[in-house]
Every structure is written in structure tokens, then in C-alpha cells.
Ligand binder design. Structure first.
Ligand SMILES: C[S@@+](CC[C@H](N)C(=O)[O-])C[C@H]1O[C@@H](n2cnc3c(N)ncnc32)[C@H](O)[C@@H]1O
Length: 229
């Protein structure tokens, strides 16, 4: 059990005792009680929406803007077959789609999470210890990085509308190159059409169909299924 003491704390025994007590509570999973004896939840970091907002402020283009709601998370994972094999998730961010994949029945050890933001990647490693979490650009995935796993499906939380076309093309090409030949990539968008432009799809031999429209999301979104033609 680690007890972190700030400089000068040794002269304030009350704070040392408080820190030691909360470290012990964390260790044995005990909840702190409030004055009425009700358990006070242990601090696990900021809630998702707040964390997402913080990362958006830090890098608006990269984060995109909104943390997806549960209806979009359910729609983007609806066609995933948990028995088919590993699932590659691009830009998992706060883990909204990741949790929906687990709810769908995908085993945590079958998740490959590719997140560029080191803070979010570190959080994902803690939340999903059995998943393979790669802190790198989606466009740089290789079979080596994936440790030989061949994704049966891809779920993307990347805000593709914020990216230039050449970056979108590199991401889509790289992810299909490491995935099974019949793998489908599920991509959300707030726009009226598939965020992977038809010229890019034609160059990469891909086709796209809208698999869901999600009105109960803020803002309303669509999900596209992109497969090899
Ligand atoms: C819209 S956010 C998170 C999506 C998540 N489904 C959610 O609703 O919380 C997109 C995420 O993609 C990550 N990202 C952006 N560009 C990336 C890239 N090239 N490779 C991997 N991750 C990237 C961002 O850091 C961010 O966490």
C-alpha cells in the first residue's frame, strides 16, 4: 500500500492520519461514512462528461466535442458478434463505447484500445486492465503493435469530421490492413453522410451503409458500417 505524503505534511499529523485512513479504506474496499452513517463514494476521478469536457478544452480538434450517450454506444456496438474475435476500438476516449462492448459480451481481453491522449490512455489501462491499450495514432497501428491479434471488427469514436481527408484515408487504410478480411468498421457521425468520403472508399475498395440513426443522442448521430466491397 502506497502512502503519498506532500512536503511539510510530517508536521501535520492529522493530515497524515487522514491520508493513511483513506489509503487503507481504498485497499480493503471500505467506504467512508458521512455524518448520518451513509457511505460516501470513494473518489475515482472526474465523471465522464466533465473529463471529456476537460480533454476537449485541452485539444478541441482531437477530442471532437461531445461524450457519446448510452443510446449511441448501444447502436454502434449492436452488430458486434462477441464470439467473432478481438475488437479494435479507435479513440475510446472516456470509455463509453468500450463499456458498451463489454455489455454486448465482448471479453475484456479481446479489446484493443487505441487512444492518442496519454491521460485518457492511462485511465483506460486502469479501467480495463485485461485489454490491450495502445497510446498511439490510429493511423500507425501495425500487426506487431497488435501483438498478432487480428480484429474481427472495428468501432471508431474518432471525430473524423474534424480530420483532413488524407488523415482519414491513412486511418481507414491502416485499420483495415490489420483486420480480418470480413471485418466491418462502425463509425459514428453527426453529419448527414458517411464521414469517410466516397472517393476514399473507392480508392480503398470499401463500401458504406448507414446501420443506425440515433435521435436520442446529443446531438443526434448516425452510425455507418464500412466493409470491403
Ligand atoms: C470523441 S472522443 C471520445 C469518443 C468516445 N466514444 C466518447 O464518447 O467518449 C475521440 C477520442 O479520439 C482520440 N483521438 C483523436 N485522434 C486520434 C488518433 N489519430 N488516434 C487515436 N485516437 C485519437 C481523442 O484523444 C479522443 O479521446
Amino acid at each position: 500500500m502506497k502512502l503519498k505524503l506532500k512536503p511539510g505534511m510530517a508536521s501535520r499529523p492529522r493530515q497524515v492520519v487522514d491520508r493513511l485512513a483513506s489509503a487503507m479504506r481504498r485497499k480493503i474496499g471500505l467506504k467512508k461514512l458521512d455524518l448520518r452513517g451513509k457511505p460516501v463514494p470513494l473518489r475515482k476521478g472526474p465523471p465522464e462528461a466533465l473529463l471529456g469536457f476537460g480533454r476537449f478544452v485541452a485539444n478541441p480538434r482531437r477530442f471532437g466535442g461531445f461524450v457519446s450517450g448510452p443510446a449511441l454506444a448501444a447502436a454502434i456496438t449492436a452488430e458486434i458478434d462477441p464470439a467473432a474475435g478481438p475488437v479494435l476500438e479507435l479513440g475510446p476516449g472516456t470509455g463509453v463505447f468500450t463499456r458498451a462492448l463489454l455489455t454486448r459480451g465482448v471479453a475484456e481481453r479481446n479489446l484493443i484500445l487505441v487512444e492518442l491522449d496519454p491521460k485518457l490512455a492511462a485511465r483506460l489501462r486502469i479501467a480495463f486492465p485485461q485489454a490491450l491499450v495502445l497510446c498511439c495514432r490510429a493511423e500507425s497501428v501495425t500487426p506487431d503493435l497488435l501483438e498478432g491479434r487480428c480484429p474481427a471488427a472495428i468501432v471508431s469514436g474518432l471525430p473524423l469530421l474534424n480530420f483532413p481527408d488524407d488523415a482519414v484515408e491513412r486511418i481507414i487504410a491502416a485499420t483495415f490492413a490489420v483486420s480480418a478480411s470480413d471485418a466491418a468498421l462502425y463509425q459514428f457521425t453527426y453529419g448527414p453522410k458517411c464521414p469517410v468520403h466516397k472517393d476514399i472508399r473507392a480508392r480503398l475498395g470499401l463500401s458504406a451503409q448507414r446501420s443506425a440513426r440515433v435521435w436520442r443522442n446529443v446531438p443526434p448521430a448516425s452510425v455507418y458500417r464500412i466493409t470491403r466491397s
